[in-house]
Design a protein around this ligand. Structure first.
Ligand code: AVW
Length: 256
């Protein structure tokens, strides 16, 4: 009888733990705080509260970008002019490079971008919990909590962009400047000519170059770019970027 009781207690504990992890805020919350505490000068509890108010208790297909305004306000940062890096379809290339060399500053280097990178979250009507599974996918509904956050954070990052801005685009696809990307639909639209002097596109080609700087989508980019922002485009082989990653003595300005 004792063994049966022990087994029942163990099963109960496992089931309760599994349930609370399935729709848990515990894992999410600890990841959030661990990453947040690596940043100086922010009140992580305040940032967490501002984060939660955006989506907790809401229909996960009805969280607009504006829901994150208080979070964006809690995560302000001083923009490093001339070092800001935007990207589209080049996430790995860019972050492999920025992880090894302190040349550029991406959205994922800011507090909010860093804390939420790679995470999935959503709420549910009538619940005060944070869920990390069974949340709507990126394209399932437009106003989902994850997509709205990245849209809002990207707009804020582009709003404060200043000086010479760099964008790494993918030269191994047909449309490096894709109209449905965040870079095209949000970030470029938020560049302010009174702050941004230049947009330097770095078109990274993997083994196969598909698009070059004369690509039609890049013509569109120049068309939609605010008047007064100088545009440049350079084709760079991925191997050249890797070479710079692995040679820290090479100055950032000599990478391409
Ligand atoms: P991206 P963006 N399904 O490489 O210009 C799931 O296209 O949009 O670059 N996840 C998706 C989808 C999708 N259909 N589309 C995009 N994502 C997610 C923030 C996915 O996590 C920085 F500042 C993918 O890795 C850059 O300058 C990420 O969105 C700019 O926005 C980027 O998609 C990059 O956005």
């Amino acid at each position: 009888i004792f063994c049966v009781i022990v087994v029942l207690v163990v099963i109960t504990v496992v089931v309760v733990l599994a349930l609370s992890l399935g729709h848990n805020s515990g894992g999410m919350k600890s990841a959030f705080f661990d990453r947040c505490e690596a940043f100086k000068g922010y009140d992580c509890q305040k940032v967490w509260d501002a984060f939660q108010q955006a989506y907790v208790g809401k229909d996960p297909c009805n969280v607009p970008m504006e829901a994150y305004d208080p979070l964006i306000a809690a995560g302000t940062f001083k923009p490093p002019c001339n070092r800001m890096m935007f990207w589209s379809k080049t996430k790995h290339v860019v972050h492999d490079f920025t992880a090894k060399r302190d040349c550029f500053f991406t959205l994922e280097d800011t507090l909010l971008g860093s804390v939420l990178d790679g995470l999935t979250w959503c709420g549910k009507e009538g619940s005060s919990e944070t869920f990390t599974t069974d949340c709507p996918g990126w394209t399932e509904c437009e106003n989902n909590p994850v997509r709205s956050f990245w849209n809002r954070a990207s707009a804020a990052f582009a709003d404060v962009a200043c000086g010479v801005v760099t964008a790494m685009l993918n030269g191994s696809i047909d449309t490096p400047f894709s109209p449905t990307s965040i870079f095209a639909s949000i970030e470029v639209m938020h560049f302010n000519a009174t702050r941004v002097r230049n947009l330097n596109v770095v078109l990274v080609t993997q083994e196969k170059p598909v698009a070059n700087c004369t690509n039609a989508s890049l013509k569109n980019l120049q068309k939609v770019l605010a008047e007064g922002i100088q545009y440049n485009c350079t084709e760079v082989a991925h191997s050249q970027i890797e070479e710079c990653s692995n040679n820290p003595e090479k100055p950032c300005g000599a990478c391409w």
